[in-house]
Design a protein. Structure first.
Length: 81
């Protein structure tokens, strides 16, 4: 097993609602992508596949979690409640 080129730790995405509730679109997720691997995200429409891909590519900011690119952390988000 080689070292991951991208690693996500507890990546989560949710949207806060005016009433204080939140809509979770990506549950806390850990993921390691190794060089030379082919990945596929499968799931029904609206389950968060594109949102997760946008987060991993840096196009969208997660609500919390860490995103690592071999070997350093390049993005870290946290939200205090």
């Amino acid at each position: 097993m080689s070292e991951p080129i991208i690693q996500a730790r507890a990546i989560e995405k949710f949207y806060a609602q005016p009433d204080g509730n939140r809509i979770q679109v990506v549950a806390p997720t850990d993921l390691a992508i190794e060089p030379g691997r082919i990945l596929a995200w499968l799931g029904p429409s609206g389950c968060g596949k594109s949102t997760l891909l946008r987060i991993l590519s840096g196009l969208s900011k997660p609500s919390s979690g860490e995103l690592w690119s071999c070997p350093e952390s390049f993005l870290t988000w946290s939200q205090e409640w």
